[in-house]
Write a protein that binds this ligand. Structure first.
Ligand code: SF4
Ligand code: FES
Length: 205
């Protein structure tokens, strides 16, 4: 019997950075990497909410049928036999460019600081514009999926698109007692830009 044939249809076998791993069908490449203890940089990923693929920091290179492709690991479902590289030269070049952009927008994010150091980036060619929302939707998705509140949402389109509290929401009054979106925002912009003070939490002391 060919040992390479996968007989368990609920499982997927892939190789990440040269290491084999078996995961459940439907798992993403990010989940597979986590199972192997491989860290993939990510800004808009939280395990308990649906991926959105906005920040692109989690990109990896996949090899499939002799062709390679760059995909967002947080949203890409693993496929049987896939070969994945988390730090290939192509990935690292794109990630470095992204980090250079993000330094100009939110240089205080710990992951961005770590990556800037790794890539030896001491300056950025992009215009500095701190307090920038990258529209990753983490706050919106967290409020909706975890808190079941829908007190935050997107309004506008294109360059006018932004995140706002929704005062009409039945749950808006609960925001002052929650403010968990503040801790998960990768850029630190929300909700400081919206004039809502954060109530100190027990965990802060
Ligand atoms: S406010 Fe923060 S968490 Fe919300 S969409 Fe913008 S960057 Fe993402
Ligand atoms: S973590 Fe995957 S796109 Fe942001």
């Amino acid at each position: 019997m060919n040992k390479n044939i996968n007989t368990d249809e609920k499982k997927i076998n892939i190789v990440i950075d040269g290491k084999k791993v078996q995961i459940d069908k439907g798992n993403t490449l990010m989940q597979a990497a986590q199972k192997l203890g491989i860290h993939i940089p990510a800004l808009c990923y939280l395990e308990k909410i649906k991926p959105h693929g906005a920040c692109r920091l989690c990109i990896v290179e996949i090899e499939r049928k002799g062709k390679s492709k760059i995909v967002a690991s947080c949203a890409f479902p693993a496929e049987e036999g896939l070969i994945v590289h988390t730090e290939s030269p192509k990935v690292e070049q794109i990630r470095k460019n992204l980090v250079e952009l993000y330094i100009a927008l939110f240089p205080f994010n710990p992951e961005i600081k770590r990556l800037a150091k790794k890539f030896g980036l001491v300056a950025t060619r992009y215009k500095k514009e701190y307090n920038y929302c990258i529209l990753c939707g983490l706050c919106v998705r967290y409020c909706e999926e975890v808190k079941k509140n829908n007190a935050i949402g997107f309004v506008g389109r294109g360059i006018n698109k932004k995140v706002v509290f929704i005062p009409e929401s039945a749950y808006f009054k609960k925001c002052k007692d929650c403010m968990e979106c503040m801790d998960i925002c990768p850029t630190g912009v929300f909700p400081s830009n919206y004039g809502i003070e954060r109530i100190p939490q027990v965990s802060d002391s």
